[in-house]
Design a binder for this molecule. Sequence first.
Ligand code: PLP
Length: 417
Amino acid sequence: MRAAPFFAPQPPYAMSAAGCWITDADGRKVFDCANNFFSLVHGHAFPPVIEALHKVLDDGTAFGLPTTSETSLAEAISARSPRLEQVRFTSSGTEAVMYAVKAARAITGRPMIAKFEGAYHGAYDHVEVSLDSTPMNWGDSSPKSVLYTKGTPVSTATEVLVLPYNEPETCRELIRAHHERLAAILVDPLASRVGMVPMDADVREVIQDCCNRYGILLVIDEVVSYRIGYHGAHATFGFEPDLVAMGKIIGGGLPVGAVAGPASHMAVFDHTKGKPAVSHGGTFSANPLSMTAGLAALQSYSMNAVARLNRMGDMLRSEITEQLRRRELPAQVTGMSSLFRLHLKTEVIRNYRTSFPSPVQKTALAKVHLAMLERGFLMTPNCSGALSTPMSKTDVQDLASALVDAIHETWKQSPWE
Ligand SMILES: Cc1ncc(COP(=O)(O)O)c(C=O)c1O
């Protein structure tokens, strides 16, 4: 599980929120650029979501039976992404990724998965491998499989092939060498912990080609990146996935996850003819509140809304880049669409290793985070963030200026280069 945010000397305690603003226990307002770890694409207490919830709240919150709210949300997702013919809901993105991995193993009869070094995919044992490997243990250009959680069985690492992001030839070699045992390649094409750089076209081609050639399933983790395009991240990046894991914005601010794909693959979960190859359940899966909120959020995330938010993200990143250049600060911002991440280094960021902060940079990042909080802006603890639809152009300009000011202040106090 992701560590709960704790900011020294103390985090603001949230009391209420509306739009872009959270009010804390001291009555202070902060401008929220973290948006509950990228899950609130419309910001807080979005009126269409709240109204939709009010309408269903009195009818009960969990039935253990199918509801029309879940079929409506599934239909909305399929309508946007025709490749996703069937959708099964979970209560979190972690579960969605876990079920996608289990499905891939069951469909292919193979035990291993491949994932990219540094990529976060939730808390399932296998997908945590090499989440925080360091120069001390990450090995040479073929990344080592490094266990993440203390006590995880060592055998877990042997079932995970770790790939270097944006290194197409090494990826091809590694996949070729292990293809007979590989059930799935798990890909987040805009992985935040990998540096939040979009995956290059040549790596995408290698991945898709290897999957087609060797019968490996392509699993795209869109838990965060679903928001980048109306048809989902797989369509934006030109992938033909076998399964997609989703979460965050499709719950409209309530707990959610989903695994989706062509009906032929989703049949692995079919329980109508006896025990399925993969049993999928979950006490609160497809709970009507998450389904209702998610549908209202997606309905308001129209093609125009997606395009506008993406333009604002472009504006934010170019404004920050320009201001950093003018002030000669050794920092850069990566990201795509409405997502951004700060790095306190100038070297080109291609992957986990080039984005890896030195201890001094790590300390400075925490200081920038705090300096932003002091200016009334909340980002995630690693100085990434997500825009939301209630934000205006002025908000985005203010955010860019505050961030560069915070970087400048930190640089003057404790330079990191
Ligand atoms: C890319 C990615 N996959 C999966 C997850 C897990 O989702 P959840 O926190 O809903 O379990 C996250 C969470 O941040 C994520 O960023």
